[in-house]
Design a protein around this ligand. Sequence first.
Ligand code: B12
Ligand code: SF4
Length: 449
Amino acid sequence: MKVKLIEPTRYLGSGKLLRGEWLLTPSLTLPHLAALAPSDIEIAIENDFFGEPKYDEPVDLVGITSYTNRALRAYEIADEFRRRGVPVVMGGIHASLAPDEAAEHADTVVVGEAEETWPQFLDDFRRGCAKKRYVAERYAPLANLPPPRFSLLDPSRYMSLRPRGIFRLAPTPLVPIQAGRGCPHNCEYCTVAVFNGRQHRTRPVAEVVAEVRAARARSCFFVDDNIFASPAYARELFEALIPLKIKWAGQATLAAAKDRALIELAARSGCVFLCIGIESLSSKQLRLMRKTHNVVEDYSAHLRAYRRAGIALAATLIFGFDTEDTQAFDESCDFLVRNRVPFTQWFPLAPYPGTALLARLRAEGKVKDERWWLRRDLARRFGPLVFPGGEAAEETFRERFLRAWKRVYSWRNIARRILLPPGKQWPIEILFNLALRRGLGCETSLFDS
Ligand code: B12
Ligand code: SF4
């Protein structure tokens, strides 16, 4: 049996598809699903980011993963295959949170973590008795997961996935690794706790280390939502990573810096870069977001602690609450420059399906379009807000958002944030800032991929 797994790309505001030649980080999802399938099934992986899926290649089944901002494209691809008589199965976060919608475009929808349901579905499919929906009965146990099949990805597309010969000198790719799932917090806008649960589950450290070795990784991206979520586990993991001499990036909370010894250990184990959700400088907004583990008064001290540990930070901020102060953009820009935050990503607030945010805004009558992700003009990065205010307010938001964001990445502010004096990770910081500056005028950026 031949199965094709597809990662859809997404639409840009211009109406074009986001396409490119290569990516820094391969996604973990499809190599992981390929590894979970029985070994006698022939699997191919296609990434729509690199070009149109090969619709006419003979396959028995197509599996498509889904994120909300790529749902529209995922459905188009699914419809195209089904028009040609190829059965389609969809899974992933979006299909799980909007399964009835996904079912309009797929023969089968797999809801939830699929470690148990995906092999079960494949078995039924082979026997000709696949059901329309498979729902995970529990969060997947994370021990004994097979190593992701990165060999199914085209190495030339991922910046030397397997560095050889002269390419050893090339910047190494970030091999995605997952050590844990779930988050004890429950931020209003986030789907992680909804999809992966509020209990932080971890994989045995020895298995994570074996996976890093098997991938021959020289640098990794831990896709965990908070790599410090269980401090004792994090300590054990970092100790075990030290002998591997890798460099790694990941995601964490700002408040984790309270445990200075832990972040210093992370740095010793190779951590060079972390994405941190600052989200807002307003305690009022943070309460509204249910992100009370972020304490504005502690921000500066925590940022300093990460800097001293030698870890470069990418701070994310969210804008667009209707109670937000109009000065929020400029204040944020000043704060990031003053506190020498090396790198930042700004997002307009978007109510994802299944979130408490969508439920609240719906109850308040503020959602302009219930399924905004199906509209090309809204399912994009700097799109107008999905809720209140009318067109004038949206235009003002957009204009202020972009103006302040460009100010953060002005040459002068890049220098003030990362060069005066330079932090330990200055080469990465310069690289990321240049990449983001390049994307300033358009909607794509380094992290858009
Ligand atoms: C790594 C990551 C990124 C990386 C992506 C790197 C890469 N190339 O993969 C970067 C940093 C670039 C990124 C960017 C963004 N991300 Co992101 N990201 C993640 C993260 C942390 C991990 C994804 C992952 O690898 N998971 C591990 C795999 C194994 O899990 P999985 O994909 O869920 O797959 C399982 C099941 O879903 C299922 N499954 C999945 N697909 C399929 C398909 C079939 C056929 C079947 C049967 C089953 C199945 O089986 C798998 C095994 O159980 C997730 C959070 C999370 N914990 O998942 C957020 C997450 C996916 N990101 C999210 C968002 C919103 C974004 C951004 C839009 C930024 C933002 N904050 O607004 C951007 C835009 C990305 C884009 N261009 O589309 C949201 C998506 C929400 C949604 N409803 O779509 C998530 C869930 C985080 C959140 N806060 O809610 N992201
Ligand atoms: S935003 Fe981060 S801290 Fe909040 S629930 Fe999501 S993963 Fe957890």
